[in-house]
Ligand binder design. Structure first.
Ligand code: COA
Length: 368
C-alpha cells in the first residue's frame, strides 16, 4: 500500500516539476500504473518474443580477397574459419539493414510497430554521428509511440542493449522494446590492410522483448569493461580526440586499427569468465546449457573458449564461416539462424556472450 502511495506521489511531483497541470491519477491499481509506463514495485519476467536478421546480398569470398590484398584462402580459413562475408551496397546504411531485420522480428513476434515503446540500436557504424540511427529506424517503421536511442559498446553492443531493454520491460517502464544489433564494418575497414580486412562483414539482427513467464525469460546478465584496452581496437580519427583532417585521412586513421593477437587472448579468457560468471549468478552449471552463442569473430577463439568450458560442439552455434565478424549483429544473426534450424527450442537454457572494443564484454543467460 505504501509503495502505491509513493508511486502516486512521485507521479504528482514529476508532473509538477515538469510544469504540467497536476492531473489526478485515476487509478490506484499497480498494474494499471505500470501499463502507463511507471516503475513497478516488483520486477516481472522478460522474454525474447521474436527474432529477425538481415544480411546484404553481396557475397565477398576469400578468393575475392586474394585479388585485393596479399592473402590466401588457406591463411584466412586456418587462422579465422571465415570463408565468405556479406558486404552492404554503396547506398545501404545501418538503418536500412536494421529496418529489414526489425520488420522480420516484429512479424515473428506478432507485434505491430505502433505497439513499440522503445527502440535501441546497438552499433558503431550508425548512419551518421547523429541523429541516432534508432530514430531513423523508428520513423521508417512507423513506430510513432516509441522512444529511440543508440548504444555503443563495440561488438558487445547487442548484449548491453538486451540488458537495458529487458530491464526497462522488467521494471514496467516499457511493455515492448525492439533491440537491434547492426554494423556495416565494410565502410570503416581499410581494404588495403590484410590483417583486418579479411575478418569483417555486414549485417543486422533484431529482437522484440516483451513480458515473459516462468519458462521463457532472462535469468541474468554479466557486463564488464576494461578501458585499459581501449587502444587495442579502435578508429583513431573522427571523434572529439582527433577530428577528421586531410592528414588523418591520408594516414588511414578513419579506419579500424587492431592488435589482433592481444584481442584474441582477451576474447578467449573473457568468454570463459563471463559464461562462468553469468551461470553462477543464477545457480546453474555449464552442463545445464542447451545452446551456446558466442560473438562470431574467429572460429579459433570460439573453439578455445568452448574447450575450456567443456561444452560439446553440438551445443555451440557457429556461422562465422559464412558472415565473418559482423560486430553487434553477430549474436542476433546466429540466434535467429539457430532458432530457425531447431537448434534452440522453447524452454532451452541459452547463454550468449559478446566481447569487443572497449574493451567490453557481456553475457546473458535466458530460458528461451
Ligand atoms: N593473409 C596472410 N597473412 C597475414 C594476413 C592475411 N590476411 N594477416 C596477417 N598476416 C600475417 C602477418 O603479417 C604475420 O606475418 P609475420 O609473421 O611475417 O609478421 C602472420 O600472418 C601471423 O600473424 P599473427 O597476427 O600472428 O596471426 P594470428 O594467428 O594471431 O591471427 C588474427 C591473426 C587477426 C586472425 C587473430 O589474431 C585474431 O583473430 N585476433 C582477434 C581479432 C578479433 O576477433 N577482433 C575483433 C574482436 S570483436
Amino acid at each position: 500500500m505504501r509503495g502505491k502511495q509513493a508511486n502516486k506521489q512521485a507521479m504528482k511531483q514529476g508532473s509538477e516539476l515538469a510544469g504540467l497541470e497536476s492531473q489526478p491519477i485515476e487509478t490506484s491499481d499497480e498494474a494499471s500504473l505500470v501499463s502507463k509506463g511507471c516503475f513497478s514495485t516488483s520486477v516481472r519476467p522478460v522474454r525474447v518474443a521474436g527474432l529477425g536478421a538481415y544480411v546484404p546480398e553481396k557475397v565477398l569470398t576469400n578468393a575475392d580477397l586474394e585479388q585485393m590484398v596479399d592473402t590466401t584462402d588457406e591463411w584466412i580459413v586456418t587462422r579465422t574459419g571465415i570463408r565468405e562475408r556479406r558486404i552492404a551496397a554503396e547506398n545501404e546504411a545501418a538503418s536500412d539493414l536494421s529496418l529489414a531485420a526489425a520488420r522480420r522480428a516484429l512479424e515473428k513476434a506478432g507485434v505491430s510497430p505502433s505497439s513499440l515503446d522503445m527502440i535501441i540500436v546497438a552499433t558503431v557504424t550508425g548512419d551518421m554521428p547523429f541523429p541516432a540511427t534508432a530514430s531513423i529506424v523508428q520513423h521508417a517503421l512507423g513506430a510513432e509511440r516509441a522512444g529511440a536511442f543508440d548504444l555503443s559498446a563495440g561488438c558487445t553492443g547487442f548484449i548491453y542493449a538486451l540488458a537495458v531493454g529487458s530491464s526497462m520491460v522488467g521494471v514496467g517502464v516499457c511493455d515492448t522494446v525492439l533491440v537491434v544489433g547492426v554494423d556495416v564494418l565494410s565502410k570503416i575497414t581499410n581494404w588495403k590492410d590484410r590483417s583486418t580486412c579479411v575478418l569483417f562483414g555486414d549485417g543486422a539482427g533484431a529482437a522484440v522483448l516483451k513480458p515473459g513467464g516462468e519458462h521463457s525469460r532472462f535469468l541474468a546478465f554479466d557486463l564488464g569493461s576494461d578501458g585499459g584496452g581501449a587502444d587495442l581496437l579502435k578508429i583513431p580519427a573522427g571523434g572529439s580526440r582527433k577530428p577528421i583532417t586531410v592528414e588523418a585521412v591520408q594516414a588511414g586513421e578513419q579506419y579500424i586499427q587492431m592488435c589482433g593477437s592481444e584481442v584474441f587472448k582477451f576474447a578467449v579468457r573473457i568468454i570463459v569468465q563471463a559464461t562462468q560468471s553469468v551461470l553462477a549468478k543464477c545457480g546453474l552449471k555449464t552442463t545445464d546449457i542447451d545452446a551456446f552463442v558466442a560473438h562470431q569473430a574467429n572460429i579459433r577463439i570460439i573453439e578455445s573458449a568452448v574447450a575450456r568450458l567443456g561444452l560439446p560442439p553440438e551445443k555451440v552455434v557457429v556461422n562465422v564461416d559464412r558472415y565473418g565478424n559482423t560486430s553487434s549483429a553477430s549474436i542476433p544473426i546466429a540466434l535467429e539462424e539457430a532458432e530457425r534450424e531447431g537448434k534452440i527450442r522453447p524452454g532451452d537454457l541459452v547463454v550468449v556472450v559478446g566481447f569487443g572494443a572497449g574493451l567490453s564484454w557481456g553475457a546473458a543467460a535466458l530460458y528461451w
